[in-house]
Design a protein around this ligand. Structure first.
Ligand SMILES: Nc1ncnc2c1ncn2[C@@H]1O[C@H](COP(=O)(O)OP(=O)(O)OP(=O)(O)O)[C@@H](O)[C@H]1O
Ligand SMILES: [Mg+2]
Length: 412
């Protein structure tokens, strides 16, 4: 089986599964001479073939994970481990500028698409609500057999377009502009509200954040998040490249937690120092993300919840995303995805850990302490806005719960 890998509208290379070597990736000869960048920091431009161990983390990292991957595989009658078959079914519209297509469909993809009925099919709100209600029988990424949509993560998602108050599904390889994340079930039924509250707190803390709305249609609650890896200009929608830290480091999604061998804060600092365009600016931004996630009690900020963005020859961190207060769910672990200083246990992090953090970031300890104090203050002010937000009128208890669990009292 052989698939074509596109970077925007350029054929970047070929992904092949072979009996002898498993999965291999090789750049297309014309791409190597085109002046375009590598598709991943873990796959530098080279005329040598990339073996499975080197290329799988990037490509498998484009696919959904956990229960969502399992249910899509069952739905499509494909084995969960058949990465290429899953990419063939889902990989048309991925994170960043990657599109993966069967070889027979080559030369059809573009990077920019007109927002027209040829490329986008209107999706009625009632239909969207049906899709969300029937998630258990049909995964969102496959609500329609023709759709080839993929995003990482273990939560259900639907990439689509939201324009002038209307929803549309992309067709013919066109990009989406937004992501829908329905709320969880049972004990996680306030998950969307939780993420919305935390995104609002991030916004009030002046972090880079994508625009996020909490919506309800016909009793179904979901998050509507604007994609930071898409731009819409003059009725044309285009892709911008991004990859997450696990992809950039060549780490499989299964190992996204530091304790399982995944990235640590020091690893990410190292990428930022060596690969971003203005490392000092990005290190400061990353420090804010890490301390913000700590303050709001988010233990799930793993290596796929931080990403890099590549735009106009500049490399920087993406806006913060997937921020939730995990501490409000007593059944979830209180162990951090990446240790801060010497501690994985979020509630044990102390001022000595902040000093270690400063060293890893190559910043003065005072900067870490000041950043923490500033964020505590901004988050606390943000809570006043959140409490007055009319979309959260049914979620007072969740707001209180998040406030109670905040880690805003580290003795410095
Ligand atoms: N606003 C956004 N713009 C562009 N890409 C995004 C945005 N938000 C998320 N993504 C992409 O989608 C992926 C999955 O999103 P997210 O982390 O929110 O999902 P999740 O299922 O909640 O993840 P997890 O398994 O960590 O709980 C991210 O890793 C990132 O690549
Ligand atoms: Mg995530």
């Amino acid at each position: 089986m052989k698939l074509s890998v596109y970077f925007g509208e350029s054929l970047a290379g070929h992904l092949e599964s072979t009996a002898e070597k498993g999965i291999i990736f090789s750049y297309d000869y014309s791409y190597l001479n085109s002046g375009l960048p590598p598709i991943s920091l873990s796959l530098p431009l080279s005329d040598a073939e990339y073996p499975q161990k080197k290329c799988l983390p990037f490509f498998e990292g484009l696919l959904p994970e956990g229960d969502v991957k399992r249910r899509i595989s069952d739905f499509l009658h494909i084995s969960e481990t058949s990465t290429l078959k899953l990419l063939q079914e889902l990989g048309g519209e991925c994170a960043g500028m990657i599109s993966i297509l069967p070889e027979s469909e080559s030369n059809r993809t573009r990077n920019s698409y007109d927002f027209s009925l040829d490329n986008y099919e209107p999706l009625a709100k009632e239909k969207l609500s049906d899709y969300i209600k029937n998630i258990n029988t049909r995964p969102l990424l496959k609500v329609n057999t023709q759709l080839r949509l993929s995003l990482a993560g273990a939560q259900e998602k639907l990439p689509l377009v939201y324009k002038d108050g209307e929803f549309c599904l992309p067709q013919n390889g066109a990009p989406s502009t937004h992501i829908i994340k329905p709320t969880g079930q049972g004990k996680l039924s306030n998950l969307s509200a939780n993420e919305y509250i935390c995104m609002k707190l991030a916004e009030h803390s002046e972090l880079r954040v994508p625009k996020t709305e909490l919506m309800r249609i016909d009793g179904s609650e979901f998050l509507l998040i604007e994609r930071y890896d898409r731009i819409c200009q003059k009725n044309r929608i285009s892709r911008i490249h991004q990859e997450d830290i696990c992809q950039a480091l060549g780490v499989l999604s299964d190992f996204k937690y530091q304790n399982d061998g995944g990235p640590s804060l020091a690893d990410i600092c190292n990428i930022i120092k060596t690969k971003t365009s203005i490392p000092l600016l990005e290190l400061r931004a990353f420090l804010q993300y890490v301390l913000f996630n700590f303050i709001i009690g988010n233990c799930d900020a793993h290596g796929k919840n931080y990403s890099l963005m590549f735009q106009d020859d500049s490399v920087k961190l993406t806006p913060i995303y997937d921020t939730i207060c995990t501490l409000i769910y007593p059944n979830l672990t209180q162990k951090l995805s990446m240790k801060i200083g010497k501690h994985f246990e979020i509630k044990k992090v102390n001022c000595e850990d902040f000093a270690i953090l400063a060293e890893q970031f190559g910043l003065k300890p005072k900067i870490v302490v000041d950043t923490y104090c500033e964020l505590v203050e901004k988050v606390s002010r943000g809570l006043d806005y959140v409490k007055a937000d009319p979309t959260l009128s049914n979620h007072g208890e969740t707001i209180d719960n998040i406030e109670r669990n905040m880690l805003n009292k580290v003795v410095l």
